[in-house]
Write a protein that binds this ligand. Structure first.
Ligand code: TRP
Length: 352
């Protein structure tokens, strides 16, 4: 049975929403994103881009944050280390203010339905598409001898998104090819078996550009020296800022600087209210404040904003059972929805 729609995927989705509204079914947009269970906590770059994006979306969307442990085993890894890491992303997002009453936090392996749908979708997609994805080629080059799971990674990711019929997927730039691939899977499925899934849209995590303290590019996980972590205590924050690179024109305190050339100023812009920020910029240009003064003001602002996050974080780390409870509740919320989609897909594919 082959049915085609004259609308493209996005138009079709809007139409489906209209039909829902006409019938008085209030449909909120569904957001889904996957979090890698890496052992590292978040740095302020992650906080200001990815996490703040989720904090904004939780107001308007149904949100699912999923710790993707089945994706984490597609390259060589340590079982003992992985086990300890599953709680980390949930702990960090909850500390940063994600509200567990509004956002569903869940662990991928608690829902084997994701894997079952991935198998069904994998039987639909041609192999060359998967071999051409840049993420696959990169990891193949990095780790050598790729496993089947690495090749299948984007299929599982498409399944994560599609099983909740998500339409909004916050990701970093590196993940865009995977979202494009997911859209292809959706189109292929809908064309082959009838209208079932919306075409998801990527939403880029780039609320703010946060430069590395070393002055080289953006703050990133692989560049430990250039980061400030959400978990850093006030002394560590002050120390890291004191050592950070500033505008090279300010060799001496009496040399005027240009804030737009200074990584510290870019970070200031993320934490400091506008009036104070203007004062700092003026003081830098006229050399009436020194870099150390400027950094001290930034440290005070940052320490204030991070204090409630750190208090929640300490509490959650002392009580991991709280995080486990949130994740168990998340699995209970997701399970009926995942099963319903699987039932529909199996029926359309003739496996019922
Ligand atoms: N591949 C994503 C990453 O490395 C994680 C991920 C898995 C994901 N499944 C997803 C992201 C579904 C968005 C939607 O960041």
């Amino acid at each position: 049975m082959i049915r085609r729609s004259s609308l493209n995927g996005d138009e079709r989705h809007l139409r489906l929403r209209e039909i829902g509204l006409e019938r008085g079914i209030a449909m909120r947009n569904q957001m889904f994103t996957g979090l890698q269970p890496s052992g590292d906590g978040l740095h302020i770059g992650n906080y200001l881009s990815a996490v703040k994006g989720v904090l904004a979306l939780q107001e308007t969307h149904d949100c699912i944050l999923c710790v993707v442990d089945y994706h984490a085993i597609t390259v060589p890894y340590e079982p003992g280390a992985l086990r300890g890491r599953t709680l980390t992303p949930a702990t960090e997002y909850l500390s940063a203010g994600v509200d567990p009453d509004r956002v569903t936090l869940v662990v991928q392996s608690d829902l084997p339905e994701h894997v079952e749908l991935a198998w069904l979708l994998g039987c639909l997609m041609p192999l060359p598409k998967l071999e051409q994805l840049p993420t696959y080629k990169d990891k193949k080059a990095r780790y050598g001898s790729p496993r089947f799971g690495l090749l299948a990674y984007p299929i599982l990711m498409a399944s994560d998104i599609m099983i909740y019929k998500a339409d909004t997927v916050p990701v970093g730039k590196d993940q865009l090819p995977h979202i494009e691939f997911t859209r292809e899977v959706v189109r292929k499925f809908n064309q082959t078996f009838g209208e079932t899934f919306p075409e998801p849209q990527a939403r880029l995590n780039e609320g703010a550009y946060v430069p590395s303290l070393t002055g080289n590019g953006a703050m990133s996980k692989s560049d430990g020296k250039g980061n400030i972590d959400l978990a850093d205590d006030p002394e560590t924050i002050r120390g890291k800022l004191a050592r950070a690179v500033t505008d090279p024109a300010r060799g001496r305190r009496s040399d005027p600087g240009e804030p737009t050339r200074c990584p510290i100023y870019a970070i200031h812009a993320c934490f400091t209210p506008q009036a104070m920020l203007d004062e700092v910029a003026g003081g830098c240009r006229t050399a009436t404040i020194g870099c150390l003064d400027c950094k001290r003001i930034l440290a005070d602002q940052m320490i204030d904003e991070l204090a409630p996050i750190q208090a929640r974080r300490a509490e959650l780390i002392a009580h991991p059972e709280t995080v486990r409870g949130v994740l168990a509740q998340g699995a209970a919320t997701c399970r009926p929805r995942a099963r319903e989609t699987l039932r529909e897909v199996r029926q359309r594919m003739g496996i019922d």
